[in-house]
Write a protein that binds this ligand. Structure first.
Ligand SMILES: Nc1nc2c(ncn2[C@@H]2O[C@H](COP(=O)(O)OP(=O)(O)OP(=O)(O)O)[C@@H](O)[C@H]2O)c(=O)[nH]1
Ligand SMILES: [Mg+2]
Length: 197
C-alpha cells in the first residue's frame, strides 16, 4: 500500500453515509483553514486530490480517499469557523463526534493546527474528544513556513509541554505543505497506523 495511490471515493454528510466499515482509516481533523486538504495533497503527492481553498469552511463533508481495498484517508469538515451559522456548526459537531466515537476502523487521528496559534478552545475540544475515545493522536503544526525556524521551534516546544502535562501520549511535529517540512515524519505515522492491526 502506498499513499500516492490515493483516489477520491466519496463525500458523506454523516457517519451513516460513509463507506461500509473499512479495514483501516486515518482521519485528518482541524480548524477550518488549518491546512487539512493541503496536507492530504502533500502527503499523498497527488495534486488536487483534496480541494483546498482560501475560503474557510470549504470542506463540509467527510471526504473519503481510498488507498487500496478498504484502506482510506479521511478529510473531516473543519471546525470553529465563526461565519457558519450556529445551527449548522452544531450539526457538524454532532456528525464529527459520532464519526470519532463509532467508526471502528479509525486507527488514528491527525489533528492539524496553525503553528501561529495552536491549541485554541476548539482544538482542545477536539483533542479531548479523541483522547476520550482512546484513539492515537498526532498533531501537525501546519504552515511552519510562515515562521522563522526559532519561532517555529518555540511553538513546538510550548505545545509539547502542554501535551506532556495534559494529554500524555499525544505526539506533535512541525509541518508545512508548501515547503515540504516534516512530510516524511507525518507519512511514517499515517502508514504505521494504517498497517498496524
Ligand atoms: N503558507 C502556507 N499556506 C498553507 C499551508 N497549508 C495550507 N495553506 C493555505 O491555507 C489555506 C487553507 O488550506 P486548506 O488546505 O484548504 O485548509 P483546510 O483545513 O482544508 O480548510 P477547510 O476545508 O476550509 O476546513 C489555503 O489558502 C492554503 O493554500 C502551508 O503549509 N503553508
Ligand atoms: Mg479542506
Amino acid at each position: 500500500m502506498n499513499l500516492n495511490q490515493a483516489t477520491f471515493t466519496t463525500s458523506a454528510p454523516k457517519l451513516s453515509r460513509c463507506p461500509t466499515e473499512s479495514i483501516a482509516e486515518v482521519a485528518f481533523a482541524g480548524r477550518s483553514n488549518a491546512g487539512k486538504s493541503s496536507a492530504l495533497n502533500r502527503l499523498t503527492g497527488v495534486n488536487g486530490l483534496a480541494r483546498t481553498s482560501k475560503t474557510p469552511g470549504r470542506t463540509q463533508l467527510i471526504n473519503y480517499f481510498e488507498l487500496d481495498e478498504a484502506h482510506y484517508l479521511v478529510d473531516l469538515p473543519g471546525y470553529g469557523f465563526a461565519k457558519v451559522p450556529l445551527k449548522i456548526r452544531q450539526q457538524w459537531e454532532r456528525h464529527l463526534e459520532e464519526y470519532l466515537r463509532d467508526r471502528k476502523a479509525l486507527r488514528g487521528l491527525i489533528i492539524l493546527m496553525d503553528i501561529r496559534h495552536p491549541m485554541t478552545d476548539n482544538d482542545r475540544q477536539m483533542v479531548e474528544w479523541s483522547h476520550f475515545i482512546d484513539r492515537p493522536i498526532h498533531i501537525l503544526l501546519t504552515k511552519a513556513d510562515k515562521l522563522k525556524r526559532g519561532a517555529a521551534m518555540a511553538s513546538l516546544h510550548k505545545v509539547e509541554a502542554t501535551l506532556k502535562t495534559e494529554f500524555p501520549g499525544i505526539t506533535v511535529q512541525i509541518f508545512s505543505s508548501t515547503k515540504g517540512i516534516g512530510v516524511d515524519e507525518a507519512r511514517q505515522t499515517v502508514m504505521n497506523w494504517l498497517t498496524s492491526d
